[in-house]
Write a protein that binds this ligand. Sequence first.
Ligand code: SF4
Length: 292
Amino acid sequence: MLQQTQVKTVIPYFKKFTNKYKSLESLSNVNEKEILKSWEGLGYYRRAKNLLASTKILVRQHNSKLPNTLSELKKLPGIGEYTANALLGLVYDKPTIAIDGNVKRIFARYLNKKESKVNFTKLIELNKKNLFSTGRNADFVEAIMEFGALICKPKNPKCEHCCLNKSCRYLKSTSKIKTNKNKKIKVINYDIFCYLNKKEKQIALTKTNKTSFLKNFNLPLIKKMKNISYHKDWNFLKNYKNSISNQKLNINLYYKFTNSIPATYNWYPLRNNKDFIPSFTKKIFKQVSKLF
Ligand code: SF4
């Protein structure tokens, strides 16, 4: 849940989720629709699908135990190099570090070397004896993540409080490496077209959309803002912005009242919907509900 999502957002979801599914076995018995409903509002729904798929594999093939090798962990859906290393350290207390942006920044600063010039895996392997000298490997994995978030922060590192400040080359250097990469977030323009049933207060959604985000989830018709001829049969409702999966979207929302919809669409009630509806689509519900 914490991947790409802040702790304060996750806490209520985590509590509700772990109250509902108290064991791997109970989680392994649910279907995808049910887990998506529990995940509703958290976004990045692929995580929920992967969690369910991994749980089923763990219960059926691993006797409900997490594998304790990198190669076996990486066979589970959604678990890559980073998560596998974090799990080995946190769960099995193995001497390993999950190398993310925070860890890279700490090492790069300490050596005052550009990240692109450091082979982090080799560096950790060569210094294993020193790095894991306390034997508290799980604590170390956690500590280095916290250290990057709280002390050796992306901007304004707190060098005066840092336990490494006597030997840190970044601090001593007069030509410090640059570590803050300003990633430009591209704004993408979309037109969204909603078929609405006035009498039943319903909206037509389809899972056959080809948009890169929310692929195969319930959405109205979405087009990149290009095809102007499309607009003539539709009424413009409003323009609004939305952020999803590291993308900023500029949306023009259109609608039309109709009873007939393409075969790949289904009607959904705008209120009291019992199906899983992603937050992105729920925002559209909110906008078009004002028309009723
Ligand atoms: S002294 Fe400053 S730059 Fe060096 S590791 Fe500590 S916080 Fe980071």
